[in-house]
Design a protein around this ligand. Sequence first.
Ligand SMILES: [Fe+2]
Ligand SMILES: [Fe+2]
Length: 356
Amino acid sequence: MADSNRDMEELEEVEPLEVLDEDIPDKSGEHLQLFSSSSKLFLNSIFPVLIIDRNLKIVFANPSCENLFTNFFNLQGCYFTDVFGKAFEIDDIRKIWETIINGENGYSWKGKVRIKSRAMVSVQVRVYIFPTDLDIKEPHEFIVMFDDVTEENKQLLTSVFISLLEASKLKDNDTGKHIIRVNYYSKRIAEELYHNYNEKYFQVDADFVENIGFLASMHDVGKIGTPDDILNKEGPLSEWEWAIMREHTKNGAFILSTYPNPMAKEIALSHHERWDGNGYPFQLEGDMIPLAARIVTFADVYDALRMERSYKPALTHSVTVEKMMQDKGAHFDPFLSDVFYSIAEDFNRLYEKNKD
Ligand SMILES: [Fe+2]
Ligand SMILES: [Fe+2]
């Protein structure tokens, strides 16, 4: 009771302000002033909330909202469409306008939006728009409520694909740790490109770095479709057995075709392509091979060379690096070979730390 009294007192201290354009603060670094009594309701709310006027100008943003969009947008005094326009589909923007101007669906709208920037991992949010006062015939203010569903969606998606990965591990003689190490090496290269080569590799943004590890770990998921006697055969494979073995790239791409990020399919399909065009399945050449797949190739080959197999001994770190550098421009992207060489010690460290 005492607490709720204090809350009430805090709310009382907030003076309601009139809706005047000139009162909208300039980029002052503080959250927006309160423009209507409804904003009081959301001041301390855990729900990220904006209040917009009929012109779609943002008149209030609560701290939760500012927090959610920190590093993405400056919300202050801006128009809703200027801030979120690129994130919404054109059709959604049109419908939001119709909702607010014509009162469609009782002046209410709901939808989904994905917000991204180069430096931040993208967030997925559900958006609900409704008037501040249902009694007013022509409302002049609207609440925009956001629900951050990024983690929820990610967990749903990854849980399905982790099960698939577990199923493929039952079949494949590669150990679980190989998959983990390929994840880490791939992420390490991506981080290096993101931090030190961002002009050359502009497509390597925060999402790319965040996603490549998990997607790299699924590179051989297509081996689920490879017959056991070929997959686990001791000794060299015959030509027709190799032909079947090579199918795991296409099978992987087929299995991962439902994954929303196309990088999953690119890695599965192209991680055995070679820079000189002598790889498989399509003999792609140079940068026709998707970047993510070119990165995973380093991770997969490095780890395969370091591991002991029934048909080959384990190589040391320095012999592995030397061997791979001899293949610069043949098996491997020459520029990425130099990047790999500059961080090769980290590969060694990751291998030692995550040994079988
Ligand atoms: Fe493979
Ligand atoms: Fe592999």
